[in-house]
Design a protein around this ligand. Structure first.
Ligand SMILES: Cc1cc2nc3c(=O)[nH]c(=O)nc-3n(C[C@H](O)[C@H](O)[C@H](O)COP(=O)(O)OP(=O)(O)OC[C@H]3O[C@@H](n4cnc5c(N)ncnc54)[C@H](O)[C@@H]3O)c2cc1C
Length: 546
């Protein structure tokens, strides 16, 4: 069996190593057009920022070490330029010698990854503008910073690569502005959660320019001038262009394979040609949530698909890929930002009716020193309780909650599973009712009609048929109140229900939603039926408006 793999990083090298572990006799060749294989893409921003100090640590394997351990023929700076799927041959260009040669294969694996999106914006090829995908890009940015000592940088795009790079440029003492066309950073999470990320960035000295894309780049007095669609002019010594990635489907398309946003594959990661498989960022896969085709370029899925596909290549389609949920995590200075599944916008775009709960639990028991709040949003089906997604942000413990939700989602879990989730508990780590349990309890209350809620988006549409009730303590009111709100502290509510209108709907709010919920229960138990709690309380509104 002769297997050729195109692409020598996450998916490709996982497959190569697994192929060898399964077969001593397979002839395995990896073609990599770059100068390095098995490098740590995810670590690149941290090398630029100086957190990872030794460049060598990014290079997990070399062609030589991989050959020694796995007996795989790894050819760097060898680019596959075309595939003849009928003849089962590949044309390869040796980028150093400039010579081309042909290779035959029994099975071919495509793992060419994704390229940074680079729209035809005037001036985008300016030498002061960089993209970040591989070691070569990293070296260029690193050298530019060391040689030119830039004082300012613009990061175009507030996605995860943009924000990681922004943080790391700041770490090098560079003034950074993030320019983002959307109204929020981190398009993969909901606006209220993204607003907390924005506040952290601003607090750490990053300027944020939202809702305004770049129209052109030009040189001005030795600097890069960035003109936005909104007419703003921003100058910087350099820019990182990171507005997203697109699957590298060129080779596959030219070879006649079926493609869409990525190379199309079946559940065995097999393309429309039975002898060609594909994995990683180059592929479209099935969403484990919607069952529809999705494009989710992440390292975890790429690595796991690479491992799985080796088995299918050697044994003839024995292992199915279950689909990708889309679980990701990001460090933004002091915050961990983690998410899994679909966000509100994605669910709405899919036409899925969903409900959400927003809570601010402590990462561990409040009485144990150092407890910090998490912002935790859970999205679920109101009728069945099925979990659609979750987002969690905080100084610590965010990703462990999202990993739990992700694990339940992989088993088609419901909010009932979250309520019953048994976690390991001691005060330094969690609470006896973990935030995951709390989210489940809150979701169950909504499903069972124990509480009705309103999310912050709906506040502006409330009319004169509504009364607004603030149940916080008097000393909290100076932090701001909703317009027209009456104030009855929670502990006095039972005694003062006669002050509340029975002919109006009542919106109840507190700081984060817990006391609002308790107030709703008191009112409902006293015969009020049209009572609604403000999800996430007034803190959420203040985070969005800050
Ligand atoms: C800066 C950065 C940070 C990231 N951080 C994270 C993170 O924290 N978490 C996470 O989950 N994901 C992260 N990712 C994404 C993650 O790296 C990718 O999802 C993963 O590497 C995809 O693996 P892959 O094998 O599909 O593609 P890649 O790892 O990109 O490998 C593809 C390789 O194929 C080569 N190639 C392409 N065409 C050819 C050809 N014709 N011939 C020969 N070789 C070819 C390319 O040169 C490339 O080296 C990050 C990515 C970047 C760039």
């Amino acid at each position: 069996m002769k297997v050729i793999i195109i692409g020598g990083v996450a998916g490709g090298m996982s497959a190569a190593a697994r192929l060898r572990r399964l077969s001593e006799t397979a002839e395995i060749t990896v073609l990599e057009k770059g100068g390095y294989v098995s490098f740590a893409n995810c670590g690149l921003p941290y090398y630029i920022g100086g957190e990872i100090t030794d460049r060598q640590n990014l290079l997990l394997q070399t062609p030589e070490s991989f050959r020694a351990r796995f007996n795989v023929d790894v050819r760097v700076r060898n680019e596959a330029v075309s595939i003849d799927a009928k003849a089962k041959t590949i044309r390869v260009s040796d980028l150093d010698s400039g010579k081309e040669y042909d290779e035959t294969y029994d099975k071919l694996l495509l793992s060419p990854g994704a390229e940074p999106v680079k729209p035809p914006i005037p001036g985008i090829d300016n030498k002061k503008i960089f993209t970040l995908r591989n070691m070569e890009d990293t070296d260029k940015i690193y050298e530019f910073i060391n040689e030119r000592q830039p004082g300012s940088a613009a990061v175009i795009g507030g996605g995860y690569i943009g924000l990681e790079t922004a943080e790391n440029l700041r770490r090098r003492g560079i003034d950074v502005v993030v320019i983002e066309a959307m109204e929020q950073v981190m398009g993969l999470i909901d606006k209220e959660c993204a607003s907390l990320v924005r506040l952290e960035l601003m607090e750490k000295g990053i300027s944020i320019h939202l809702g305004d894309g770049v129209k052109s780049f030009s040189d001005e007095a030795g600097k890069l001038k960035i003109t936005t669609a909104g007419g703003k002019e921003i100058t910087a010594d350099m820019a990182i262009f990171s507005v997203g990635v697109k699957a590298d489907i060129k080779l596959a398309k030219e070879a006649g394979l079926e493609t869409a946003r990525g190379i199309k594959v079946n559940e065995y990661m097999q393309t429309s040609d039975p002898d060609i498989y594909a994995v990683g960022d180059a592929c479209e896969v099935k969403s484990a949530v919607t069952e529809k085709a999705v494009y989710i370029p992440l390292a975890g899925p790429a690595n796991k698909q690479g491992r799985l596909v080796a088995e299918n290549i050697l044994s003839g389609n024995t292992v199915k890929y279950r689909g990708t949920i889309g679980s990701g995590v990001l460090k933004v200075f002091g915050l961990t930002v983690a998410a899994t599944g679909l966000n509100s916008k994605q669910l709405a775009a899919e036409g899925v009716e969903f409900e959400s709960v927003l809570l601010y639990p402590g990462d561990h028991a409040g009485y144990y020193p150092g407890a910090m709040p998490l912002m935790f949003k859970l999205l679920f089906d109101r009728k069945t309780g099925r979990i659609y997604g979750a987002q969690c942000i905080g100084a610590s413990g965010a990703e462990k909650r999202i990993d739990v939700i992700s694990a339940f989602m992989q088993k088609n879990g419901t909010v009932e599973d979250l309520m019953n989730f048994e976690h390991c508990y001691a005060p330094p780590f969690s609470s006896a009712k973990d935030p995951v349990n709390m989210a489940g309890f809150m979701a169950e209350n909504i499903i069972k009609g124990r509480v009705k809620q309103i999310t912050y988006e709906k506040i502006s549409s409330l009319n004169s048929g509504w009364a607004v009730l603030d149940v916080r303590e008097t000393e909290e009111l100076m932090q701001g109140m909703l317009p027209g709100a009456m104030h009855v502290p929670l502990n006095m509510l039972r005694a003062r229900t006669n002050e509340l209108p029975r002919d109006k709907k009542i919106l109840v709010y507190c700081a984060v939603g817990l006391r609002g919920y308790l107030a709703c229960r008191i009112l409902m138990n006293n015969g009020f039926t049209e009572v609604y709690n403000l999800s996430g309380g007034i803190r959420t509104i203040s985070i969005i408006n800050s």
